[in-house]
Design a protein around this ligand. Structure first.
Ligand code: URA
Length: 246
C-alpha cells in the first residue's frame, strides 16, 4: 500500500496533505524518515510514525454527536436488557465510547469518540468543560431557590460549584430552568434541583463544550465537523491538527 494512502486511511490527514508531511520529513517507516513520495509499505509489518509517534490503521479517530432520546442507557451493555445508545449508532465501523454519562431518561447532546485523550480531558473536572442543561421542574422556583442553585448547594457530601442559572419559561404548574455548570457529577442537576425543592420532570442537555444538537432529531447522530473537533481539542489544550497520533 502506498504510504500516503495508509496515512490518509489512518485519519492523519488527506492524501495530499500526507504527501506534504512526507516531503517535510515528518513521516518514518520502521524508524527511518522517508521523504520520497510513492513509497510502498506493508501495513501489517511496517511501523509508521508521524513526528515520532506511531500511527495505527483501524484506529481512525471518530467523533459522533448523538441527540439522545429518553429511554436509552449510556453503556455498552445493560444487565437489565434496556436499550443502549449503541442501538442508535448503526453504520459506525469504529468502536466509540461515550464522553461522560447521561441518565436513562435524560435527552440531548451526547458525544462519542475513540479519541481517548480528548474524551479523558472533556470528562475531567480540571478542564472545567461547560455543560448546559434545561430542566422542566415541578413548581416555579422562587428567586431565592435560583440564587441558591447559582451560588452552590450542598448535596450529599459535596457542594455544587457556582453555576449560571436562568428561568426560561413558567406555567401554572412547572418551569423551565437553564443551568450551566462546569462540573459533572452523577445526577448532579437532578440532585441540585431536588435540594431546592423542585423535582425534575424532564431533563435535556442542550450543550456540551459548546456543541449543540441544533436540528438533529432525537435518536439521530452525525459525525462532528472538523471545525468542531478542532474547537473541542483546543478547548482542552490538545493540538487541534494532529489527528490519529497517540
Ligand atoms: N445531571 C443529571 O442529573 N442527569 C444527567 O443525565 C445529566 C446531568
Amino acid at each position: 500500500m502506498r504510504l500516503n494512502r495508509f496515512l490518509a486511511q489512518a485519519g492523519v490527514d488527506s492524501r495530499r496533505k500526507c504527501d506534504l508531511l512526507i516531503q517535510q520529513g515528518r513521516v518514518s517507516v520502521n524508524g527511518v524518515p522517508v521523504t520520497q513520495l510513492g513509497v510502498r509499505i506493508d501495513p501489517d509489518r511496517d511501523q509508521i510514525g508521524v513526528d515520532g509517534r506511531p500511527v495505527r490503521v483501524g484506529e481512525r479517530l471518530t467523533y459522533i454527536l448523538l441527540n439522545k432520546p429518553a429511554g436509552y442507557i449510556v453503556t455498552a451493555q445493560d444487565t437489565h436488557h434496556r436499550k443502549t445508545v449503541f442501538d442508535l449508532l448503526g453504520g459506525i465501523p469504529q468502536r466509540v465510547f461515550p464522553v461522560g454519562r447521561l441518565d436513562f431518561d435524560t435527552e440531548g447532546v451526547l458525544l462519542l469518540t475513540n479519541d481517548g485523550d480528548l474524551a479523558f480531558r472533556l470528562s475531567h473536572p480540571r478542564y472545567q468543560v461547560p455543560k448546559t442543561s434545561l430542566a422542566l421542574v415541578e413548581g416555579v422556583p422562587a428567586k431565592e431557590a435560583l440564587e441558591r442553585l447559582s451560588r452552590g448547594v450542598r448535596v450529599d457530601n459535596w457542594v455544587s460549584s457556582p453555576a449560571q442559572v436562568r428561568l426560561v419559561k413558567v406555567t401554572a404548574e412547572d418551569a423551565l430552568v437553564e443551568i450551566k455548570l462546569q462540573e459533572g457529577r452523577k445526577r448532579q442537576v437532578k440532585k441540585m434541583c431536588q435540594t431546592v425543592g423542585h423535582r425534575i420532570k424532564r431533563l435535556w442537555r442542550t450543550a456540551f463544550a459548546g456543541i449543540r444538537v441544533a436540528d438533529l432529531p432525537p435518536g439521530r447522530w452525525r459525525p462532528l465537523r472538523q471545525s468542531e473537533v478542532r474547537k473541542l481539542r483546543t478547548l482542552v489544550g490538545l493540538n487541534p491538527d494532529l489527528k490519529n497520533l497517540k
